[in-house]
Ligand binder design. Structure first.
Ligand code: ADP
Ligand code: MG
Length: 720
């Protein structure tokens, strides 16, 4: 049936219930997935392509041509006029350059739609303005995008029509990675190789491939678009730079898991629909702790696909919000004093035949392979805590990590009672002989079923928590790509596996050697395990005693990338060269300084052009009213004059702070890019920003609400 007819038939069928979503019908309908490939590609071509995808074989030009042609035909049926190589440069967002399928006009004036294997495989965007951290001088501006066939192409429909998006990696002319995807793919190869080595030692001969599985939980805020447009800080920086706390905050915790309001529910429904069409398995949604804060979690997928899908989730959350008269804020801390947003990166390692290497089984003490994997992970996290911390470093995330909020900046691992008990046995006697069991939970209500509890409770304050058969890395910023933390996780665990295999492969008595190694690793890296409250002051002191790093901000986190141990790690597994690491550090410093610079300039603009003029109007009105009262009678006007004095004093303080902020921001702007500039922005500019904010937030509490030039926190977070 021609496509247009299918379209009509579908419309007819669904017209009665326009709101009805048939999930299984729409799921993945815009994805060039395995089913579509199987249907459309000649058998031989399909077989070759799956070998490329699954076994990493080379793609030959003839196969690429056939795949490209079918992909184009399929996309055109979906209404696509253009295609784009979709990539993730180091700007923090995805990039794309659209080309239409039309080829040069024929003598009869018509055009053909064409798309070759070459165009599918390789793109050459003029990439000179993407950050390269000095890897590429502008005179050598060539950059290439290369098709990543392990992440399926998809058609995206939006106001531009429909576009065939081809996930690609982005490299320089000399092969250096300029994006998030290239190192991720390299790190996936590393963990695959080392995991297979380890599995073979335990007699596994059947698993052919091991991949990291990732499920990111995405938090976000929704605000009304009209109100959003009245706040320059939200427009330019994604967060509020001024704002007094409303009378009610999140103290009642009545928003968390609260019933979802109509407007939000309609939005979530649309978001899900869009994501399902793109093959993103959006699964869980709920209100979060802060008012106006929500969460979306998909079902976990292979790391590479999870990273791409998370970008699509973020794009979709923003795009759909516009349609509902709202704006989606992905910033880590849109409102001071209210919980911020993060992303929980759930991570495990799974074989192609379905074995999760992080599954302890019912009796972890007997599962030697699991104990080895677990202690290797402890070693990896302990040795490279600074790198993990760095992977979540971001100017916005500085407002969460180590700044009175979840999670703390100190990396530690939560194992839970059961595993901690097994570890304690291992360390004290060298052998674990029992595993704590989950007891039966009695509800005390006859009609409710009693059930067996998990052997371990949850811990919400740990940055790196074992949650049954996966680790949950909770530091990642809500706005950030999840690629860097997964690159680090894959690489550091690959290294620990490799070290273990080096020893065990040589051992005469494997059983004994494994036991010794587990015990040795458990004891040596005991300090990284912490099951208590990660938010408490006692923990900060205790962590210091244990010698664990407490890296409080992004600028201090960056050097972790280029330590000797980091360079050795990444070079050994071909994830990054030293030059790539240095360049990434440079980009991070630049990004940091730019972010703070924009925030400072936005504050200067808002304070100078909006807030101070409004306060002056208020004081003028107040002074006029004092004079009128004085002229009319001899009533006591001391309250009014006191208020006028208070406002005038705050105004003077604000004026002075504004002058100071303008001065340091200008100075920061003239400095050369790099670490020194980033430090200047952190120490001088941020301090001056705080000094300007303080009097202005106090003024907001005094000045007539009608006169305040922008919506308040209360307006923004309670009236969505
Ligand atoms: P929570 O109770 O922690 O908020 P959610 O259900 O919101 O849990 O999110 C848990 C995430 O972890 C989901 O994305 C889920 O698919 C993912 N997940 C579950 N099992 C695994 C696994 N073995 N490996 C990686 N991710 C997993
Ligand atoms: Mg969740």
């Amino acid at each position: 049936m021609p496509f247009s007819l299918i379209g009509v038939a579908k419309k007819k069928g669904s017209s009665k219930m326009s709101d009805f979503i048939n999930v299984s019908e729409i799921f993945g309908e815009n994805v060039f997935n395995d089913t579509v490939m199987q249907e459309r590609l000649p058998k031989k071509v399909y077989k070759k392509l799956t070998e490329v995808i699954k076994e990493g074989k080379e793609l030959d030009p003839e196969t690429a041509d056939v795949v490209a042609h079918e992909m184009k035909e399929w996309a055109i049926e979906k209404g696509a006029t253009h295609y784009t190589h979709w990539f993730q440069p180091l700007t923090g967002v995805t990039a794309e350059k659209h080309d239409s399928f039309i080829s040069a006009p024929m003598p009869n004036g018509k055009v053909l739609m064409s798309f070759s294997g070459k165009e599918l495989i390789k793109g050459e965007p003029d990439a000179s303005s993407f950050p390269s951290g000095g890897l590429r001088a502008t005179f050598e501006a060539r950059g290439y995008t290369a098709w990543d066939c392990t992440s399926p192409a998809f058609v995206r429909q939006d106001a531009a029509g429909a576009t065939l998006c081809i996930p690609t990696a982005f490299c320089s002319y000399t092969g250096e990675a300029l994006d998030q995807k290239t190192p991720l793919l390299r790190s996936m190869e590393a963990i695959n190789d080392q995991s297979l080595r380890l599995l073979r030692l335990f007699g596994n001969t059947t698993s052919k491939k091991v991949t990291p599985s990732v499920g990111p939980e995405q938090e976000y805020f929704l605000v009304d678009r009209e109100k959003y447009l009245k706040r320059k800080d939200l427009i330019f920086t994604g967060r509020t730079l001024f704002g007094a706390m409303p009378p009610k905050g999140q103290e009642l915790e009545d928003h968390y898991f609260g019933s979802i309001r109509e407007r939000i529910a309609a939005y979530m429904k649309d978001v899900n629909k869009e994501l399902w069409k793109l093959g993103v398995s959006a699964k869980t949604q709920h209100n979060e702790v802060a008012p106006a804060q929500h969460e979306l979690a998909p079902i976990y997928a292979e790391a590479n696909i999870a990273v791409d899908h998370n970008q699509l989730v973020m794009e979709t959350l923003k795009k759909v919000a516009g349609r509902h008269g709202m704006c989606c804020l992905l910033h880590e801390k849109p409102f001071a004093g209210v919980n911020g947003s993060g992303k929980h990166n759930n991570w495990s390692i799974t074989t192609d035949d379905g074995i999760n290497m992080l599954d302890p089984g019912k009796t972890p003490h007997e599962n030697i392979q699991f104990l080895l994997v677990l202690t290797c992970i402890l070693k990896a996290v302990d040795k490279h805590a600074d790198l993990l911390r760095e992977s979540a470093a971001d100017a916005g995330n500085d407002h969460r990590l180590g700044a009175n909020e979840a999670p703390p900046a100190i990396i530690s691992v939560f194992l839970g009672e059961q595993l901690e008990d097994v570890m304690a046995q291992l360390i004290s006697t060298g052998e674990a002989t029992r595993s704590l069991k989950g007891e039966v939970l009695q509800t005390g209500v006859k009609t409710l079923p009693d059930f067996r509890k998990d052997a371990t409770d949850r811990n919400r304050t740990s940055p790196f928590a074992f949650t049954g058969n996966k680790f949950e890395f909770r530091m990642v910023g809500s706005n950030d790509s999840i690629a860097p933390p997964n690159v680090v996780l894959n690489a550091i665990v690959a290294e620990a596996f490799s070290d273990a295999c080096d020893i065990l492969e040589k051992a005469d008595n494997f059983e004994e050697a494994v036991h010794d190694l587990i015990k040795e690793q458990a004891s040596a890296h005991q300090r990284i395990v912490f099951n208590g409250n990660g938010y408490s002051d006692e923990w900060i002191a205790e962590a210091e005693r244990r010698g664990l790093p407490n890296i409080k901000n992004m600028v201090d986190a960056v050097p972790a990338l280029t330590t000797e141990k980091s360079i050795a790690l990444f070079e050994k597994f071909n994830v990054f060269t030293e030059a790539e690491l240095v360049s990434r550090g440079e980009i991070l410093y630049e990004n940091y300084a730019k972010a703070i610079n924009i925030e400072a300039r936005t504050m200067i603009d808002m304070a100078g052009k909006q807030i101070i003029p409004a306060v002056i109007k208020f004081t003028t009105a107040l002074a006029n009213s004092i004079n009128s009262v004085k002229a009319a009678c001899d009533a006591d006007i001391s309250t009014q004059t006191d208020l006028l004095k208070e406002v005038s004093a705050l105004l003077a303080e604000a004026k002075e702070a504004l002058a100071k902020l303008s001065e340091v921001t200008a100075k920061g702007g003239t400095m050369g890019e790099g670490r020194e500039q980033a430090i200047f922005f952190r120490d001088e500019v941020k301090t001056a920003m705080d000094q300007l904010r303080a009097p202005i937030d106090k003024l907001e509490m005094i000045v007539d609400k009608e006169m305040w030039p922008m919506p308040s926190y209360g307006d923004l977070i309670f009236e969505v």
